[in-house]
Design a binder for this molecule. Structure first.
Ligand SMILES: [Zn+2]
Length: 433
C-alpha cells in the first residue's frame, strides 16, 4: 500500500514529466521560427558557388543609362554596398572600355545591360542574372545582369510611394510559371515602376552566389519586388550571413559536407509535441480515476486539463506547418517526374537545355505519362550556367513539374475529387529540383 504522501509525490513527478515534455516541444517550435533564411548556390556536387578573385569587374553598358535617370549611380552604390563584406570580393565598375562585352552571355566578361522592349531569356522577370560557373569547383566564370526593358524602372524616393491600390509583388527574376504575374504597364493613367536600385542590388547578390530567399520579406534576397516601392536596397544581416557562408574562410573552412548554407525552417518536432500530449493524457486519466474520491486529486485533474490545453498550443502550430506544407506542395506543381533525356547546347554564350521526362507521382487531375520542355541554362562539360535561377534538369534527376499544356483540352486540376487520367505526352515546365 502507498501512503497519501507517496501518491502526491507521484502526481507531482508525473506533472513534472508532462511539463518538461511540453516545455521541450514549445522550445522546439520557437526555435524553428528564428531560423536563418539565406540560401546560397551550390554546384551539383555541393561545392559553394563563389568568386575566387579579390576583385570582380563589371562593364556597365551604355544602355543602362536608358533604364531611368540615376540608374548608373544606383548601380555603383549597390556595388559598394556588397563590396568586400565578410571576405567577398570588391565589385568594380567601368564603362566604355575597349573589349567590353556588347551582349550578355558566357564570354568571361561581366556586364550589366538594359534591353529595351524585353529580353527573351528573362521571360516575365524584371531582371535576370546569367551566372556561369565551374560545376566542379564552384568558381564563378562569368556574371551578367540584364534589366528587362519590358518594364518601367525608376529610382524611388526613400519613402515608399503608395497610391492606395494593392499591387501584387512581382518575382524579381527567374522565369516565373504559375506564380503571381508580373504587373506589366498598361493604359495611360497607370504608373507602375520598379525600383532599379533594389533590383540591381538583388541581382548583384545573385552574381556573388546568393539564391533567392522565399519567405523573409525584410531581406534583400527576397524573391519578390513590389511596384512603386523602393523595397530593401542594402544587404541585411541575413544577406551578409549568406555571403559569409560563401566567402568567410573562418566559416567555410569548417564547412559542412554538402556546402549548403540553407537553414530551412524546420517542421516543429512532432515527437516532442506528441510526447507532451501523451504524458498529459496519461496524467489526466490517472487523476480522473483518483478524482472519484479525492478532492486534492480533483484539483490535480483541473490542473491537468489546463496543461492539456497548453499542450494543444504546439499542435496548433504543427497544423499551421501542415497548411504551409500543403501550400508549398501546390507550389511544387502538378507532378513529380524523372528526367529521361537532356541535351544542352550553347549559342551566343547562352546555354539551352531540351529535356524529356516521365511522370512518377501525379498531384493533379490529369498527368501525362511523358513530358518535354526547354529551359535556358544547363551544363556542358564542367561549365554550368544559370539563367535567372531556372533549374535546368539533368538525366536521372527527379524534378517537380507543371504542365504548360495538355492534349485533348484536359486541364490539370488539384483537389480531393481529382481523377487521374493519363495522357501520353505534354509540354512541361520544370519548377524545382
Ligand atoms: Zn532573385
Amino acid at each position: 500500500m502507498h501512503s497519501r504522501a507517496s501518491w502526491r509525490a507521484r502526481i507531482g513527478g508525473a506533472a513534472l514529466v508532462a511539463f518538461s515534455a511540453l516545455a521541450a516541444s514549445l522550445v522546439t517550435t520557437t526555435v524553428t521560427t528564428d531560423a536563418d533564411a539565406f540560401v546560397v548556390k551550390t554546384t551539383s556536387g555541393g561545392e559553394l558557388v563563389h568568386w575566387d578573385t579579390r576583385t570582380v569587374d563589371y562593364a556597365i553598358d551604355s544602355s543602362v543609362n536608358d533604364a531611368t535617370r540615376g540608374s548608373v549611380d544606383a548601380t555603383l552604390r549597390a556595388m559598394r554596398d556588397w563590396s568586400g563584406e565578410v571576405g567577398a570580393p570588391e565589385l568594380r565598375a567601368h564603362s566604355g572600355a575597349e573589349g567590353d562585352p556588347t551582349k550578355p552571355g558566357y564570354d568571361s566578361k561581366n556586364g550589366i545591360f538594359f534591353i529595351r522592349g524585353g529580353y527573351k531569356p528573362a521571360g516575365r522577370a524584371l531582371a535576370i542574372t546569367i551566372l556561369t560557373y565551374d560545376n566542379v569547383s564552384g568558381r564563378i566564370l562569368d556574371a551578367d545582369i540584364v534589366f528587362n526593358g519590358a518594364y518601367n524602372f525608376t529610382i524611388h524616393k526613400d519613402a515608399p510611394v503608395r497610391d492606395g491600390r494593392v499591387s501584387p509583388a512581382t518575382a524579381t527574376d527567374g522565369v516565373v510559371h504559375g506564380e503571381r504575374d508580373a504587373h506589366v504597364v498598361s493604359g495611360t493613367n497607370e504608373v507602375t515602376a520598379y525600383d532599379l536600385h533594389h533590383i540591381v542590388a538583388h541581382e548583384l547578390g545573385h552574381s556573388l552566389g546568393m539564391n533567392d530567399e522565399m519567405e523573409r520579406r525584410d531581406v534583400l534576397m527576397y524573391r519578390y519586388t513590389p511596384p512603386n516601392d523602393p523595397g530593401v536596397r542594402i544587404p541585411t544581416t541575413d544577406d551578409i550571413e549568406g555571403l559569409a557562408q560563401l566567402y568567410s574562410t573562418e566559416i567555410s573552412a569548417g564547412g559542412n559536407g554538402c556546402g549548403n548554407a540553407t537553414v530551412a525552417p524546420k517542421k516543429p518536432s512532432r515527437a516532442a509535441t506528441h510526447g507532451a500530449m501523451v504524458a498529459v493524457f496519461g496524467l489526466l486519466v490517472f487523476l480522473a480515476l483518483r478524482a472519484r474520491n479525492d478532492r486534492r486529486a480533483r484539483a490535480g485533474f483541473v490542473a491537468a486539463v489546463a496543461i492539456g490545453a497548453l499542450a494543444l498550443l504546439p499542435s496548433v502550430s504543427t497544423t499551421r506547418g501542415t497548411a504551409r506544407a500543403a501550400e508549398s506542395n501546390l507550389a511544387l506543381g502538378h507532378a513529380k517526374a524523372r528526367v529521361t533525356a537532356a541535351t544542352t547546347t550553347m549559342e551566343d554564350g547562352l546555354l539551352r537545355t531540351t529535356y524529356a521526362l516521365a511522370t512518377t507521382t501525379c498531384r493533379a487531375m490529369t498527368c501525362p505519362d511523358l513530358g518535354h520542355g526547354t529551359v535556358w541554362g544547363g551544363v556542358v562539360g564542367n561549365v554550368r550556367q544559370e539563367v535567372g535561377g531556372q533549374h535546368a534538369p539533368s538525366v536521372g534527376e527527379d524534378v517537380n513539374v507543371s504542365f504548360a499544356s495538355l492534349p485533348n483540352g484536359l486541364r490539370p486540376l488539384s483537389g480531393p475529387l481529382a481523377m487521374r487520367q493519363h495522357v501520353e505526352d505534354a509540354a512541361v515546365v520544370v519548377l524545382t529540383k
